[in-house]
Design a protein around this ligand. Structure first.
Ligand code: SAH
Ligand code: SF4
Ligand code: F3S
Length: 478
């Protein structure tokens, strides 16, 4: 889970969206009705936030709002925000300046702030940003129709209540940004881990797992609609735990994974994120047993040094982490592993930074998301430890980490040259409509010339002839 390229498009064209989603299609059909109202939404932050925006779209659909990509025709502008690093919050503030201009042109337009930043700042948001009409936290989206009603009557509306139960299990997400082939399914919400650097436990509340039946039903429905890959989402999927109220049976993440894998051999299953302390061998054995569970684990290490890991309150040390990677290699020799890394955490020395570099080298990550430490108000680290690594040192360490990871990703990909992979075709490659792109089981992007008769959603075998640090190039083999 990471804050990747902020999507400014928010919503894809209706044609694209219609391919995969019946609900969306129906909404669109009637949206030209007189008096129909439209919402525009932008999402930032991790995949959970993008997934939440699809839940919000569903709730708004029920309330008579139709999605639009055109901010100029919207009655309601929503921004789903992230607080993970200071920069993520700055991006949101910049977008609000743009929305202010839109609101000047169309004074009736309402502006709502959703997600983690709304939760972190609460009512203060309304004081700081005068254009905002609605502030709503991640557990309060069902209240949106009511909040919108209040805002229409001229009131400023806030609901940032966190919940111990809410999982939106019964809500059928509107797949706003869908390619019709791959989809995300939230299986849990919140986080109980309290890593000292992290704001998520404060913005998303306590960890809770979603009803297993509703997860499997959603995956079945996606498969029937033509989707061929689902990614199960949670801040720490390994601690998924759901008790069947009727039988008392406890469903663990390994059980859940198996149930989703059973749906159909052509439905690929991925998941994110795994926490090293909870990723035990039961999950690895289930992964090894099913071809359609992808051989790829995102296992963020954060730091390669045990003292720093302790300060981070990650509750594992370097040795434990190494043991987990060894278990992955023993049980699934062809499994790729990726990571998240933080450079320049409080009091980190040069030697400790070297430990992170040596871990990257040893673990041979296929890729990593890399950041320098950004102190977040209210977190354990902000309260207990000095943010004492100067910014230029943080940035230099981060550069060293990025340079090493890029070299390793390239090396990793070069070892794939000459191998043949089963690839799920996702669509045209970004650069050419003569080429398809899709991923192999290790989550590597593969680009290859099209062949007549093959279409997105189908599997094909591709032999790799060339590799960069980010992409494999190849040709279809029969
Ligand atoms: N639940 C996931 C991570 C969620 S946040 C996990 O535990 O792995 C995504 C990533 O952002 C984290 O893995 C971490 O590398 C990074 N991150 C979180 N807080 C940060 C901070 N204060 N400064 C810099 N990076 C941070
Ligand atoms: Fe944040 Fe740690 Fe929870 Fe991940 S596991 S969301 S880093 S507190
Ligand atoms: Fe995700 Fe950012 Fe919130 S990473 S959980 S949107 S703080």
């Amino acid at each position: 889970m990471y804050d990747q390229n902020p999507t400014l498009e928010g919503i894809k064209t209706i044609d694209e969206a219609q391919q995969g989603n019946v609900l969306f299609k129906d909404h669109w059909k009637t949206s030209h009705a007189p008096g129909a109202r439209h919402f525009y939404i932008e999402s930032y932050g991790c995949q959970m936030n993008f997934s939440d925006s699809e839940i919000v779209a569903s709730i708004l659909g029920e309330a008579g709002f139709y999605p639009t990509r055109n901010i100029e025709e919207s009655d309601l502008i929503l921004i789903n925000t992230c607080s993970i690093r200071e920069k993520a919050e700055e991006t949101v503030r910049k977008r609000l300046k743009v929305f202010e201009l839109v609101k000047k042109e169309r004074p009736g337009t309402m502006v709502g702030v959703l997600g983690c930043m709304a939760e972190r700042l609460k009512k203060k948001f309304l004081e700081e940003e005068k254009l905002v009409d609605i502030v709503v936290g991640p557990d309060a989206y069902r209240d949106l129709p009511n909040l919108i009603g209040g805002a229409e009557a001229g009131d400023k509306m806030v609901n940032v209540l966190l919940s111990r139960e809410e999982t939106y299990a019964d809500i059928n997400p509107v797949r706003l940004e869908s390619n019709g082939i791959t989809a995300f399914i939230s299986i849990m919400r919140g986080c109980d881990n309290m890593c000292s650097f992290c704001v998520v436990p404060f913005t998303r509340g306590r960890e809770r797992s979603r009803d297993t039946f509703s997860i499997v039903a959603e995956a079945v429905q996606l498969f029937e609609q033509g989707y061929r890959e689902v990614t199960l989402l949670g801040q720490n999927v390994d601690s998924y735990k759901w008790e069947n109220p009727e039988t008392g049976e406890l469903v663990t993440f390994a059980h859940l994974l198996e149930q989703v894998a059973w749906i159909h051999p052509d439905l690929r299953v991925r998941f994110s994120t795994s926490h090293p302390k909870d990723m035990l061998d039961d999950v690895l054995h289930i992964m090894a047993k099913y071809e359609n569970i992808c051989k790829y684990i995102h296992l963020p290490v954060q730091s390669g040094n045990s003292r720093v890991l302790e300060l981070m309150n990650r509750t594992y040390d370097r040795e434990w982490y190494i043991g987990r990677i060894e278990a992955i290699r023993r049980i699934m020799p062809d499994c790729a592993v990726s990571s998240d890394i933080i450079a320049g955490f409080c009091t980190e020395t040069e030697e400790e930074h070297q430990d992170t570099l040596s871990m990257i080298e040893w673990a041979n990550y296929s890729m990593s998301y890399m950041f320098y430490y950004s102190e977040r108000p209210g977190t354990l680290a902000a309260r207990k430890y000095p943010d004492d690594i100067p910014e230029d040192v943080k940035k230099r360490r981060l550069q060293e980490i990025i340079r090493l990871q890029n070299a390793i990703s390239l090396r990793h990909n070069q070892t794939e040259i000459g191998k043949t992979f089963k690839v799920l075709i996702e669509g045209d490659s970004r650069k050419s409509d003569q080429d398809f792109c899709g991923r192999n089981t290790q989550n590597k992007m593969v680009v290859f010339p099209k062949k007549a008769g093959l279409k997105p959603g189908e599997y094909t075998h591709v032999k790799i002839r060339e590799a960069s640090s980010a992409t494999l190039l190849g040709d279809i083999v029969d």
